[in-house]
Design a protein around this ligand. Structure first.
Ligand code: ADP
Length: 759
């Protein structure tokens, strides 16, 4: 007799069991041959053979006989009779059992057994018919002959414990045992049904969702077809729904737009908020949310475009090309922020446009002049009535792309007001670390500005806050010489003006001499804005004459220019022969380029005071004090003059530079000329800061000042020695027309101009 300790198997008499040989090998070491007798002993707990003790066995077991041993490792055992264990001992892993037969009490007749089995079987068949696999399982179910067969076969599927399984075996009467089996089987069917129902409900609800989505999509397609057929009847809501979908917005922006759209739906067209909500959606959906691909840039082409559209400007163009090359190498759409500084009309803005063209990108200009409020840059919060987006985002919208070349014009004209500092907002716009999530207050969602190429322009760097200036690379536009202006007029301004008026080349004739006269007598500027206006005026007048049937080509003569411009030639601040001591010509740098200025000094009867007129700034006033002290110490013998008189210094207001240190030498020379009674030659002009020790210190804007000197007819210019290096920046044409003399000390100027104490 081979003992087989089993766990969690519903063991019943008169049932065929089928085991894997490997499974049985773990239970016994005996040979499992057909016809061998076995005894199934039911374990209370799942324990391995080595751990077993006599107490681990339930008292009822089942005998059986091995009926078959397959070649592929399957062993069939027919369970036969229930037995009650009498004694059980264990010895070296071997189980010795004494038992006696405990026959079932047969309390049911054949018919009722049959009926009972059929009822349970059909319930099971009914249940499995709900599944596709039910067809296969059906044959299996039909093969069972009794409830016991069924119970044993479902042993693992039934939701009952090892103990409950044993209880079925333990039941002495057939009816009692069948009750337990039926309960387990019906429970199994019901439980499965519940989980199947839950699953089905889930599937149905999923199906409903899928269906709903599919219907919604269909509706959307049909609706957009309808909208295309009748665009006039598309509602605002519908229009924005489509725009939001098509805009390519990021998730945050889309969420915000949908929120606003929902509010628009709820509020209805008559609500006072509707307009504001409409404007918001109109704005955000008009922005480009698409990231533009980096386009390869051909440097040679870019250079050609810059040269074609702008004459000269070599230094600026060189720096621009370097910037483009760096962008190309790094495959980036933006780079360092260039700041073009120079007088009006020197081409700063228009070259920005050429850069865009050279890069094959959209151009947009944003004017910052006069901005006082941070909200103008960063937008107003939408809680304000009449809130608007800031100028940066407004510019992005106008450009229609996310990577325009954006020229920020007049960054030096930003002013700070009580309600926020616009320059700090601008700093954020320009900061590559932050500007990929630039949040305009009006939009309230971030927008990526990192692909925008920013170019700034300014007339001077003086008023630009330090942190902002540090972000930028300054490129100065010095203004044009007369020859350059002539070329610009001939090659650019005149052809453009002619084209816009429909004048052909053969229609008018205008000599270089005439253009020169226009430049010298009708314009006075560092740039070419006035010159452009003159070219336009000439073409307008020529057009009238052409239409009236004038003979072509119309020859434009210098003498006629007044007819064209309808203005007098400009009175230049030309040098005039200075007859009196105390008048000296200085050179000044102004935002409009360079200019000359006359400093006049005179003694009037008084008590040693200094009178200053000409709307001078504080710095200039200090320069006057230094000049006075210097002259007093250099010409001590003239001290009496200062004591008995008041010294009056006048600087003509129109020519007053923003600050005055560079007039130090001129002031000193004027006062010295006055006290010594030595006239200073009117063809001399000078610029330089003076220290109290009389040392000459360097000044800025030398190229502009020298150009102004040439314009005014100055012949000799005195400059601080330390500025000599800057001469390389000055156009050769200018240098040729001037004698430029560098000086170290203020006394040098006395020597050069012939100011001596006692002539
Ligand atoms: P800015 O921005 O410095 O005030 P703009 O760029 O507005 O000056 O230039 C004024 C006008 O002069 C524009 O029509 C521009 O095309 C023209 N212009 C300026 N510089 C040049 C140049 N170097 N070559 C050709 N045209 C020029």
């Amino acid at each position: 007799m081979i003992t087989l300790p089993v766990y969690n198997i519903l063991m019943l008499p008169e049932v065929n069991y089928y085991f894997q040989k490997d499974y049985l090998k773990k239970l016994t070491q005996e040979n499992l041959e057909p016809n061998e007798k076995v005894l199934f002993l039911v374990l209370r707990e799942d324990k391995s053979k080595d751990e077993l003790t006599p107490g681990d066995f339930y008292p009822i077991g089942v005998t059986g006989t091995i009926t078959e041993a397959d070649s592929d490792g399957g062993i069939s055992i027919r369970a036969e009779e229930r037995v009650q264990i009498d004694t059980l001992e264990m010895e070296n892993g071997k189980i010795n059992v004494a038992y006696f037969i405990k026959a079932d009490i047969a309390d049911m007749d054949e018919k009722s057994l049959e009926e009972e089995f059929k009822a349970v079987q059909s319930a099971l068949l009914q249940y499995i018919s709900n599944f596709q696999w039910g067809i296969i399982a059906r044959n299996y179910v039909l093969r069972w002959k009794s409830l016991e067969d069924m119970a044993a076969a479902l042993s693992y599927q039934l939701n009952i414990t090892n103990e409950e399984k044993y209880k079925i075996l333990e039941a002495d009467t057939i009816s009692g045992r069948h009750e337990l089996i039926k309960q387990a089987v019906y429970e199994f069917i019901e439980m499965s049904k519940v989980s199947v129902d839950a699953q089905r409900a889930q599937t149905e609800s999923n199906e409903r969702l899928y269906r709903e989505d599919a219907i919604k999509k269909q509706i959307a397609i049909l609706q957009s077809e309808l909208d295309k057929m009748h665009p006039e009847s598309v509602t605002d809501i519908r229009k924005f729904e489509m725009k939001i979908q098509d805009s390519g917005m990021n998730e945050t922006a889309k969420k915000e737009a949908e929120k606003i759209l929902n509010r628009m739906k709820q509020e209805g067209e008559n609500s006072h908020e509707y307009g504001m909500l409409y404007d918001y959606l109109d704005f955000v959906t008009a922005l480009s949310w698409k990231k533009e691909e980096f386009c390869r840039i051909d440097l040679a082409d870019a250079e050609k475009i810059l040269d074609e559209e702008h004459y000269g400007l070599k230094k600026a163009k060189k720096r621009i090309i370097q910037q483009i090359a760096a962008m190309e190498l790094r495959k980036k759409q933006s780079g360092s922020i260039l700041l073009f500084v120079g007088a009006p009309g020197t081409g700063k803005t228009s070259i920005g446009q050429s850069i865009a063209k050279a890069l094959g990108r959209k151009y947009v200009r944003v004017s910052l002049g006069g901005i006082r409020d941070e909200a103008e840059i960063r937008g107003h919060r939408r809680t304000y009535i009449g809130a608007m987006p800031g100028r940066i985002m407004e510019g992005i919208k106008r450009s229609g792309v996310s990577n325009p070349v954006m020229v920020l014009d007049e960054v030096d004209k930003l002013t700070k007001a009580y309600d926020g500092d616009p320059s700090s907002a601008l700093l954020e716009v320009l900061d590559p670390e932050q500007n990929n999530t630039f949040t305009d207050h009006y939009m309230n969602v971030p927008y990526d500005l990192s692909d925008v190429l920013f170019i700034c322009t300014a007339n001077s760097t003086d008023t630009i806050p330090e942190p902002l200036l540090n972000r930028m690379e300054v490129i100065s536009f010095q203004g044009y010489t007369e020859t350059e202006k002539l070329q610009i007029a001939r090659k650019h301004l005149l052809p453009k003006a002619m084209e816009s008026m429909g004048i052909r080349e053969s229609d008018i004739e205008i000599d270089d001499e005439v253009l020169r006269t226009v430049i010298s007598d009708f314009t006075m500027e560092a740039g070419v804005r006035g010159l452009k206006k003159c070219m336009d005026a000439i073409c307008r007048e020529a057009a009238v004459r052409l239409v009236k049937g004038a003979e072509t080509p119309i020859h434009i003569a210098s003498g006629e220019l007044r007819d064209y411009f309808d203005t007098h030639p400009i009175h230049h601040e030309q040098i005039h022969v200075q007859k009196n001591p105390g008048i000296v010509t200085g050179l000044a740098w102004t935002k409009a380029g360079g200019d000359i200025l006359f400093i006049e000094a005179m003694f009037v009867k008084g008590k040693g005071q200094t009178i200053i007129t000409g709307q001078l700034g504080d710095v200039m006033k200090e320069s006057v004090q230094i000049a006075v002290s210097l002259v007093k110490s250099l010409f001590p013998e003239k001290a009496e003059l200062f004591e008995k008189n008041d010294l009056h210094i006048h600087v003509p207001a129109g020519a007053v530079p923003k600050d005055g240190p560079s007039a130090g030498i001129t002031l000193t020379a004027a006062i010295a000329s006055l006290v010594t009674g030595q006239r200073v030659d009117s063809e001399y002009a000078m610029t330089g800061e003076v220290s109290l020790q009389g040392r000459l210190m360097p000044i800025g804007g030398l190229p502009e000042k020298l150009m102004a000197a040439v314009r005014a007819g100055v012949k000799t210019v005195f400059i601080p020695k330390e500025n000599t290096e800057d001469l390389s920046e000055v156009a050769a044409e200018v240098k040729e027309q001037l004698e430029i003399i560098p000086l170290e000390k203020v006394t040098d100027i006395f020597e050069k101009t012939g100011i001596k104490s006692n002539p």
